[in-house]
Structures are given as C-alpha cells and as structure tokens.
Design a protein around this ligand. Structure first.
Ligand code: SF4
Length: 441
C-alpha cells in the first residue's frame, strides 16, 4: 500500500520542478539536492519528498498504470454534474457558476448554507463533487495522524482535552515512542504524509518538537504537518527550519466575540497571527472551524469558509462540535448540516484547496467519509496513534477509529477509494487544468 505514486521529473526551474504522472504535468517545490530531469520522485503537498530508485518506480508505475485509468474512469462517471433545474433560480445560477469554475459571492455562499430540501441539497453535493473532480481529478490525499500527548494547558470550552475537562487519563509519548510510531506508519503502512498533533502540552517545548520533526525527516522521506497549537511565531520558525511544511491550526470561528467566549484567556487575533505568519513564511496551512457552535449564525459560518480561503488554506478542515468531557449541553449537528457546509466550502474554496473529511464528522456519522467524498471532499486522515493511547485522545466522546488497527483502517479506506474511483495520492492541481480565478469576492 502506498499513498503516493512516483512521477518523473521533466523540467527544473530553480526550486520549481515539473513532474509528469501518466501524461499529466504537476508542479512541485524541490528541496532535495541532486534532483535531475529524468529522476523518479514522490511528491506530497506540492513538495518533492523523496527520490525513488528507477527500477522500483517503473514497477510501481506498471502496477498503477491500468489501475489508475480504471479509477479515473470510475471517478469521472461518478462526478457528472446534475441535470440543470432551470425553474429553481437562484440555486441553479449559483451551481452553474461554480460548476464552470467561476467565482461565487458571499451572498451565494449564504444562500447555499440555508438550503434544506433533500433534492436541492443533493444537487449541491453533486455539483461540489463535480467541482472537486474539475480541480483535483481523482486524487485523494491520505494522511496518517499521530497524537503525541493529550495534556493541554488551554481550556477551550468544548474540548475534552481542556485543562479543566473531567478526562482522567492523560498520556505523553516519549521521543522513542514517537519515532517508533512514525516509522511504523511510514515503513509499515506506506504513509507519505504525517500529521503530528498534540494538546498545548507545556512539557513539549518547540525545541523538543522541532528536534522530533528533524529526526523523522532525517530518517524518512515524508511530508510533515504539525498541529501543536499556539507555539509562538519563533516556535513556528523552529518547526519550519526542522522540516515541517504544513501547519494544521483551525481558527474555529471567525467571530471574534464567539471565539473569546469559547477560549478563555485567548483571542482570535493571536490565533490568526500564527496562521498569517505561517502563510508569510512559506508554510502550507490547514485551517477551518467548528460547525454547530452555540451562537453561530449563517453569516458567521459563511465568514468562516471565506476566512479559510483568505488564509489561502491548502486544506479546509471543518468539523462538527461534539459533546465531550468538557461540555455536554450541545445541540447535535446533523449529517446534512455538515455535508451542506463541506459542499458549500468546495464551491467557495480556491481551486487548489482540498476539503478534509474530519474524524469528528466520521464520529457524527458512519457514512461521513463516503458521503463527504461524494460532496466535494478530497482528503482523509487515518489514525496511526498507538492503540494503547488512542482512545485517550478524547477531544470529543465516542471518537471514530479509536480502537481500529492501522491495518483495518487502511483496508477500509482503500476499499472505499477503489469503489469511488479515487487514487490514494496527493498529485496536486494539474498544471494542464484550466486556470481558475479566485473564488473570493
Ligand atoms: S482545542 Fe486544542 S488547545 Fe483547546 S483545549 Fe483542546 S487540545 Fe487544547
């Protein structure tokens, strides 16, 4: 099993490299020394992460060749835009605009976020899936997430790991445990992209975390995304210098007053300063918010989606707020509320952005992964935290995949992707795809 398909380098312009996959060209940044035209490489998240031995790459490509085309055809057949419904204006006008890859306005987005009727929602989902196909073809990136510690100094009022949560079992992985778990995910299960995550654990200094990142990068060709909370701008710089290239940091809500009410002692501005600094210094960002927060309005949810776009997120991460050891008095979010938000986000997002099916959504609904992927999403995460710790990373209750082995999770996701015609890879936006204007007005 591998979550990356080798491509061949066809051109190099400084750090920019053109990689060809089955006749399609993609751009990637190369930070490896001695990459030449004709070399086979793995790319993830728009970065060349590893050179691949030519014989091995040719074998892999031969294996993938027929399968890739079968998957492409299956995905194309499943991604057709729905028949137009000219009597249903203004919805049809918005779907036509988005389906042609054009900008949708904030008003359009608000309109989509208020749809209720199942038949109209279905047309929204199918259009979002068609737009996903237009920009990302059949690529679906599969990340392995490793949760290092469930200690947290913050007290976010919805989170089971919060300092004042009633959660009793806390854990902190040792350096060796982290390196072993990373190796198992990379070498044992073929992950090419790891997300390292933890609560804001005071015992994990940015210097310690950066050393771990550097050691994983020294040992393996892998793309690393980090999610350690507000480590400070210097902390971000340390992690970037160590080799991390993506930052997963959700702003949770774009409403500053709501943010302050939910995050005692913290401010939206402090959060955004990390994301803006990351953007300025070359990180890829994964960001988004919570859906179903008490006090959240359609306007603020529309602004959340637009903010993720303004932050030029590589991936949008929106999940439902769920009951946790910190808070039980929440109105449950419905599956269709989530799908509607994901599909609307797909239509409003910049073309290169992927939409993630979050574990929180999978916790809400057992069909979330399949339904999310068919409503515009193109990214999933599998949990590679050792089973002895996994259930204790209880951000919310009843977390999906808490007791499932990595082997079972990979088997299930491969079967699903096969059924949907998706290739478990992160090829990025095709350079041959039509240029798309920004979807933000
Ligand atoms: S949401 Fe993150 S920062 Fe807030 S309490 Fe939970 S783990 Fe800590």
């Amino acid at each position: 099993m591998c979550y990356a398909i080798p491509g061949v380098v066809t051109a190099i312009h400084g750090r920019q490299v053109v990689v060809n996959y089955f006749g399609e060209s993609r751009q990637a940044l190369c930070e490896l020394p001695q990459v030449q035209p004709g070399d086979y490489v793995y790319a993830q998240g728009g970065y060349i992460i590893e050179k691949v031995a030519p014989d091995f790459a040719r074998d892999m490509l031969e294996t993938w060749n027929d399968l890739f085309r079968v998957l492409q055809e299956r995905d194309s057949a499943l991604s057709a835009r729905p028949d137009p419904e000219p009597r249903d204006r203004p919805l049809q006008d918005i779907l036509d605009k988005a389906g042609a890859g054009l900008t949708i306005s904030r008003e359009d987005l608000r309109y989509l976020l208020t749809l209720e009727e199942p038949e109209r929602l279905e047309r929204l989902y199918r259009t979002a899936n068609a737009v996903r196909h237009l920009h990302h073809r059949n690529s679906c990136c599969v990340h392995g997430i490793l949760e290092l510690s469930n200690y947290c100094a913050c007290d976010c009022l919805y989170c089971g790991l919060a300092a004042r949560s009633t959660l009793t079992r806390r854990y902190r992985m040792t350096r060796d445990e982290i390196l072993d778990a990373a190796r198992e995910g990379i070498e044992g299960f073929g992950f090419k992209s790891l997300v390292l995550q933890s609560g804001e654990d005071p015992a994990f200094t940015p210097a310690f975390l950066a050393e771990i990142v550097a050691e994983i990068k020294r040992r393996h060709g892998v793309f690393i995304c980090v999610s350690f909370g507000e480590v400070g701008l210097d902390g971000l710089d340390l992690l970037y210098a160590a080799g991390a290239r993506a930052l997963l940091m959700r702003f949770e809500t774009s409403d500053a007053a709501l943010y302050a009410a939910l995050h005692p002692g913290d401010s939206l501005e402090a959060r955004l300063s990390h994301l803006r600094h990351a953007l300025k210094t070359g990180w890829l960002t994964v960001t988004g918010g919570l859906i179903g927060l008490p006090g959240q309005t359609v306007d603020s949810l529309a602004d959340d989606i637009l903010l993720a776009g303004e932050l030029n997120a590589e991936m949008f991460s929106f999940g439902p707020v769920l009951a946790s050891h910190r808070r039980h008095d929440l109105t449950p979010v419905s599956e269709s509320q989530m799908l509607r938000a994901l599909a609307a986000a797909r239509l409003a997002a910049p073309p290169q952005a992927k939409i993630l099916v979050t574990t929180a959504f999978e916790t809400l609904s057992p069909q979330a992964r399949e339904r999310g992927l068919m409503a515009g999403a193109s990214s999933v995460m599998l949990n590679i935290t050792p089973l002895r710790y996994r259930a204790d990373y209880a951000i919310y209750e009843g977390r999906a995949h808490a007791t499932e082995s990595i082997a079972d999770q990979t088997r299930a996701v491969i079967q699903l992707l096969d059924r949907l015609g998706r290739a478990p890879s992160d090829l990025g936006v095709a350079t041959s795809a039509p240029a798309q204007p920004s979807n933000f007005q």
